[in-house]
Design a protein around this ligand. Structure first.
Ligand code: FAD
Length: 401
């Protein structure tokens, strides 16, 4: 690949700025689209040989929907997203509804955006298609980032395949175990939380009678929750179980688990949850241990910054990890659009995003103990954490940057 080098100048017209995005995940592709929308040249570098996503569902809350609409995916979401009217939190044994959460019946009016559930691969593929529609050569696969060097007004990235490239800005969107973050601030050893998660995606038809009382629900038990919802227009059921145990401690999205292993953790959950777990085909159940990282005091050094999980990996209890990446991506585009220098754009971005993502990260930590109460019946009549914290009120299109 031919390097693209700018000479050192104090102020580059923003349209000539070349941004190196490391990682073609949800955050990196959203940022790429928003920066392309702002008129910048964007090159995205992805370690994987092919673009692909986990076989898993994703909750797109109204704040995330605003970000997807900002980068032009509103019509895609409206066509392909599942839109639950309500969610139910239920007692793990009796199935009694402890509280309902109204969703689309009132969200468009209240927040100006829908609440969707969708297959991760679908929204990820739509983002990648949109980036390539703007620039067919924007995404470079098999480019595992290794290190960067900043020199004057430029930053050069080196990749494991031996290539290197120089641009004006580098954004580390390389996920929870970010190499860019390690290069910037040193490698942090995350804390094991004593919790593990399981995930699966199954055909809906054989388990349809077990989808009660609502299409989207979370069963709450002592030290465990089991969440499930539809994706692909009701054809598939996505489930995630999170349980307190320190039986093993591996971090990673693709560690195989067995149905028997998950059932042994959920043996006292009601028949509906167990039937869904049992229906998982061999090789389609995965597990990962939950590790906690502290918020970073700073994201940016010179021309290098962080975005998405690389900046603020959080526990999954508020279901906001991807939402924060979508928001970051839209906002970094707006910051470049609103600024006349790169330094100004990066300062605006960090200022606009750090406080909110830190608040969500810290509350995701707290929410774990709320959901995994030893006495689930005490949850009767509660309000869901995201609503209580007003997380859906945030609109990337209008928030000050
Ligand atoms: C099963 C599951 C369910 C989830 N459900 C939800 C949900 O419902 N709602 C929600 O908001 N969040 C959810 N999350 C969290 C959410 O998926 C993450 O927060 C989100 O994916 C973070 O996006 P990201 O782009 O920062 O990182 P990632 O999506 O992890 O993308 C990082 C990308 O960088 C690439 N990469 C890594 N290292 C390098 C390197 N050295 N060089 C180049 N490329 C590299 C990776 O291959 C990857 O493509 C869920 C997570 C999981 C695993």
């Amino acid at each position: 690949m031919v390097g693209h080098t700018f000479t050192s100048v104090m102020k580059i017209p923003m349209r000539n700025v070349h941004v190196l995005v490391i990682g073609a995940g949800i955050g990196g592709l959203t940022a790429a689209l928003a920066l392309q929308r702002a008129g910048l040249k964007v090159s995205v570098f992805e370690a994987a040989l092919q673009l692909g996503e986990l076989g898993a569902g994703l909750t797109i809350s109204p704040n995330a929907t605003h970000a997807l609409e900002y980068v032009g995916l509103g019509p895609y979401m409206a066509e392909h997203g599942d839109k639950p009217e309500t969610g139910a939190s239920v007692h793990y044994q009796t199935g009694e509804v402890l509280y309902y959460t109204q969703r689309n019946s009132e969200f468009r009016e209240k927040y100006g955006a829908e609440y969707y559930q969708i297959h991760r691969a679908d929204v990820h593929g739509a983002l990648a298609d949109a980036v390539r529609a703007n620039d067919a050569n924007a995404i470079h696969l098999s480019h595992a980032f290794k290190s960067f060097v900043q020199s004057g007004e430029t930053v050069s990235a080196t990749f494991a395949n031996g290539q290197s490239l120089t641009g004006d800005v580098l954004i580390g969107c390389d996920g929870v175990r970010s190499v860019v973050r390690g290069e910037l601030f040193g490698v942090e050893v995350p804390r094991f939380t004593g919790q593990v998660a399981f995930r699966g995606l199954v055909d809906a038809e054989p388990v349809r009678e077990h989808i009660v009382p609502t299409p989207s629900s979370t069963a709450m038990g002592p030290g465990r929750i089991f969440t499930r919802y539809f994706v692909r227009k009701g054809k598939l059921v996505n489930f995630v179980g999170i349980a307190r145990t320190d039986a093993w401690k591996e971090e990673g999205w693709r560690i195989p688990a067995t149905v028997d292993e998950m059932l042994s953790v959920y043996s006292d959950f009601n028949e509906h949850a167990r039937a869904i777990i049992k229906s998982t085909p061999p090789g389609q159940l995965f597990k990962w241990a939950l590790f906690d990282r502290n918020p970073l005091p700073q994201w940016t050094k010179g021309r290098v910054t962080l975005l998405g999980d690389a900046a603020h990996a959080m526990l999954p209890f508020l279901g906001m990890g991807a939402a924060m990446g979508f928001e970051d991506g839209a906002i970094i585009g707006r910051c470049f659009e609103a600024s006349s220098t790169i330094d100004e754009a990066l300062a605006r971005y960090e200022k606009a995003r750090k406080e909110r993502t830190t608040m969500v990260l810290l509350n995701s930590r707290k929410q774990g103990s709320v959901y995994q109460s030893d006495n689930p019946a005490s949850m009767r009549g509660q309000t869901s954490g995201e609503l209580r914290l007003g997380l859906f009120d945030y609109n990337v299109k209008t928030v000050e940057v």
